[in-house]
Design a protein. Structure first.
Ligand code: COA
Length: 218
């Protein structure tokens, strides 16, 4: 049965600054592999970096032609605490690719000794090359982060967060893009994302570049 057919308690809402401590808990739980912890340490420095990142996401957008970030959550129906998170970037048509680099979207790590700038740069840059190859500067909805806490997975929360983005893209008449982990790929395929053929020279090997075509307007 497709995930979209199953009953779910998921309610998608926008997160706010007061949710930041719980958002960090969700992030650390969903992205707790050894590989991810080497890049994004689960230490006081790692917490400072994520606090800065979320504050940046909640800051007002400077103008209509700027990149807009949406930080969405699903809360546990029992406790009301966020247990799943999605971070979307709404990329305007013709947006300057130089402004799309991770250094423009995420806080710097230079003053945080637990981080390696080279490791973070390698993590993001590989995906950015494939992203730019597939989309150039076409406007699109970019699902940059999706994670559900392990004990809340397989309840349709990821599905609801993916659907939020595809519904928005259909309203705007634009494509959707994401870099998929093996865990997320089936979910994305169920929502119309298709893996893209990216030349080996820029293929980042660890994730799949996935594009969802724009919906044909009736
Ligand atoms: C990928 C991830 C976000 C999916 O989140 P999720 O909340 O478990 O997603 P869903 O519950 O909507 O769907 C997951 C599976 O559960 C199934 N499912 C959905 N609702 C269900 C329900 N009510 N009962 C049982 N199973 C259900 C879905 O069919 C889906 O199955 P599939 O993988 O065979 O397609 C989550 O596994 C995760 O955070 N992984 C670690 C981080 C990661 O890899 N993130 C993706 C980066 S691209």
């Amino acid at each position: 049965m497709a995930s979209t057919d199953r009953p779910t308690t998921a309610v998608v809402e926008r997160a706010s600054v007061s949710d930041i401590p719980e958002l960090i808990t969700v992030w650390w739980d969903a992205f707790g592999s050894e590989h991810m912890q080497r890049i994004f340490p689960q230490t006081p420095d790692g917490r400072i970096w994520l606090e800065r990142a979320f504050k940046q996401f909640f800051a007002p957008v400077k103008g209509p032609d700027e990149l807009k970030t949406e930080c969405l959550i699903v809360r546990s129906p029992d406790t009301g605490i966020p247990v799943a998170i999605a971070i979307y970037r709404i990329v305007p048509e013709g947006y300057d690719t130089a402004k799309q680099t991770w250094r423009a979207r995420w806080p710097a790590v230079d003053d945080l000794p637990d981080f390696s700038d080279a490791a973070v740069d390698e993590f993001f840059s590989r995906m950015e090359k494939a992203h730019a190859y597939v989309l150039g500067n076409r406007g699109h909805v970019f699902l940059e982060v999706l994670g559900t806490m392990a004990t809340f997975q397989k309840r349709g929360y990821g599905t609801a967060l993916v659907k939020w983005g595809t519904d928005l893209a259909d309203q705007l008449g634009v494509e959707c893009y994401l870099d998929a982990s093996p865990a997320g790929k089936p979910l994305y395929e169920a929502h119309g994302y298709v893996e893209q053929d990216v030349p080996a020279i820029i293929d980042n090997q660890s994730s799949a570049s996935m594009l969802r075509p724009k919906k044909l307007q009736a």
